[in-house]
Design a protein around this ligand. Structure first.
Ligand SMILES: [Ca+2]
Ligand SMILES: [Ca+2]
Length: 289
């Protein structure tokens, strides 16, 4: 076991500094019409979310992968199987409230809850946790990864784990990016969730002194927006439990105290009339001095 870990670490060290793809080109999955790639490199989940968001292929925007059907999971598992032990990749699922509710953080599914603990939920009714996952085994296991190697701790190839961020223990060597073609004739419309929120930066982005955030909620909600740096440290609170009507609004964010770097604004929303309905969304903000 120790030798296996050591050997993989050596292999990853050789790759460090030059993020690489597993294939010469992203590969297409006919079930969604989207393209996928495995980008190699050790990084935190937040870094993977930002890196995938910055990629594009043939003009199609990238995002950290969202896996909403068994067929999509099977395709990814087969296309990017590493053939070695202990080889995971970040995917776009996270547990923003740290209360067992798992959401997609990217793509058209952003803000949609897909699981409560290990149980898949509508509208997708799909999750592929392995073994006892998600088990919150160590503090901060709030981010999802897929096993692209052989069985690891009772997690089979293609199955998911929850892992901490930063990640000192689990063998996660990169992320899966999904290039969204918007080919709804192939993939079908994204199902509507019972409750959904959205967040994006309206600009300027990059920002220096301040910027604007656009938030949307589908029902009257209690909303909180916090700012995190790329290492996942909280650096500010924009809104704290503010009651807002259904619809859209803009809020102003001051960046004047923040060093240059990449940040995430995270929106947490609870429906006022049905607090069990939650949603979350993230938006990337760059600060340049
Ligand atoms: Ca997807
Ligand atoms: Ca875990």
């Amino acid at each position: 076991m120790r030798c296996t870990v050591f050997c993989i670490c050596l292999a990853v060290a050789a790759l460090a500094g030059t993020p690489q793809s597993l294939h010469a080109e992203p590969v297409e999955f006919s079930g969604t019409g989207n393209y996928y790639d495995y980008v190699l490199g050790q990084m935190d989940w937040d870094e993977a979310l930002a890196a995938a968001d910055a990629l594009s292929y043939q003009g199609y925007p990238g995002h950290l992968v969202t896996i909403t059907t068994q067929a999509e999971n099977d395709f990814i598992s087969a296309a990017f199987a590493s053939g070695v032990a202990q080889y995971f990749a970040w995917i776009g699922g996270y547990e923003p409230f740290d209360d067992g509710a798992w959401f997609w953080a990217a793509g058209p599914e952003s803000g949609v809850q897909f699981a409560e603990e290990a149980t898949p939920l509508p509208p997708y009714n799909y999750a592929n946790w392995g073994g006892l996952e998600p088990n919150d085994h160590s503090a901060g296991e709030d981010f999802a990864a897929i096993n692209l190697g052989s069985e690891f701790a009772n997690v089979l190839p293609g199955e998911w784990i929850d892992s901490p961020n930063p990640n000192p223990s689990d063998p996660i060597f990169g992320y899966i990016v999904e290039y969204e073609t918007g080919d709804v004739g192939v993939s079908g419309d994204v199902p509507t969730a019972a409750f959904q929120c959205g967040l994006r930066v309206v600009g300027p982005n990059p920002a220096s002194s301040g910027t604007g955030l656009h938030l949307a909620v589908s029902q009257p909600s209690e909303v909180t927006i916090r700012l995190y740096d790329i290492a996942g440290r909280k650096v500010g609170t924009v809104l704290d439990g503010v009651v807002t009507a259904a619809g859209e609004r803009e809020v102003r964010v001051s960046c004047s105290e923040l060093p240059s770097g990449i940040y995430f604004a995270e929106l947490l929303a609870r429906a006022s009339d049905a607090p069990q309905l939650r949603s979350a969304a993230r938006a990337k903000l760059v600060v340049v001095r």
